[in-house]
Design a protein around this ligand. Sequence first.
Ligand code: JFZ
Length: 424
Amino acid sequence: MNEKCSPEQMRWFNEARLGIYVHYGLYSLLGRGEWTMYSERIPAKEYAQLADQFRPAPRCAEEWVEAACAAGAKYMVLTTRHHEGFCLFDSKYSDFTSARHGAKRDIVREYVDAARKAGLHVGLYYSLLDWRFPGYFEPEKYPDSYQALVKQAHDQVRELMTGYGRIEVLEYDGGWDARLAGKRPEWSKFWRARELNAMVRELQPGIIINDRSGEDEDIETPEQVIRGGKQRMTESCMCIGDSCAWGYTRFNPNWKTPVQLVQNLIQAAQVGGNYLLNIGPMPNGSVRAEEQERLQAIGNWLKRNEEAIRNSRRCALIGASEPGTVDLNLQGPWTQKGNVGYWCIYRWPGRQATAIRIGTPVRRVSLLATGEEFPFHWDERTKRLVISGLPALPPDPCCSVLKVEFEAEPIRTEEEDLSAWLNG
Ligand code: JFZ
């Protein structure tokens, strides 16, 4: 049975809007990102020596969970195994695991327990591809290796789906072929993904699965950009530092600012999707200060403005242009819940704010964070909403949200005569 999740099963995910991704593995010890084994062509035997040095601090999983809670995230996704093949869980099908090397711990279990205890929804990431298998790169030349690779993936996914209680999200990765040439249906065939996902759904009813096994399943996961989906919900995943690496990158000077991160979260909410923000813990598993501070800043903002984000949906009103297009001095995007619009003001206009093409009468305008009410005038003929008496300076240095209560679901008016406004 390969039934996708129902909207009801997707509900918690659709309400969450913010999740925290954790990329942690042997690559974290090197501090040059999670692709290092491949991008430096480090032979498997040599790379494997890192396993005995893998000694995460005792409380690392709790630290990740604390960071996620500080940010106000509702779920987490941990790399149980990345492309290097090193498992953070105990596996009957591989010796190359954190349970048999270094500190000899099942980090996945520690993470699942900690996340659950904090009331977070639990997600696991699993890379189908494992660079240690020549059959991944040259399946025709090394058919036995290819078979073993796929079998290992099926066996380990079964372990993850049976050994850790309820798992709510499964994020595959590395489902593409080594030349990155194949089309999606071919990836699915390569990994026997239909069969794999049928097993997963049988073991974990209601689990949300991403599309990186080659099968569409429940969600798509665009990277380093925020966008909505046509058929399915999106979970836009992003790094806090440079977008070249998800694993710990020791020298990583280009951190996104709290304002950028909050705007990204708003953008994700505005397209009806989630924002999965990544941390790359340090060699000992701790969360670096640059990431902690930023997660805390998001959480502080979210606490004041949660209503505009959680469970909100796309809004028809214009306050910002589509991503990637020129923003015509608009102040910022809207999110919506029923008759309420949340105008997320990126660039505070000063004492007066004007919204255009407002097709629905307005009842009340207030600042979401404090409830303070402001006078306004909505002109039925010009369709302009002018809000006055606002503070001269932005009340929130990050992003101030005006809560606009309409008489019905807000409608954006179309302008039939594009010049009509010229004469007032
Ligand atoms: C993958 C990984 O290779 C990377 O290391 C990281 O884990 C990231 C979250 O996912 O990279 C991808 C995956 C998918 C696409 C691009 C890069 N894609 O679908 O375009």
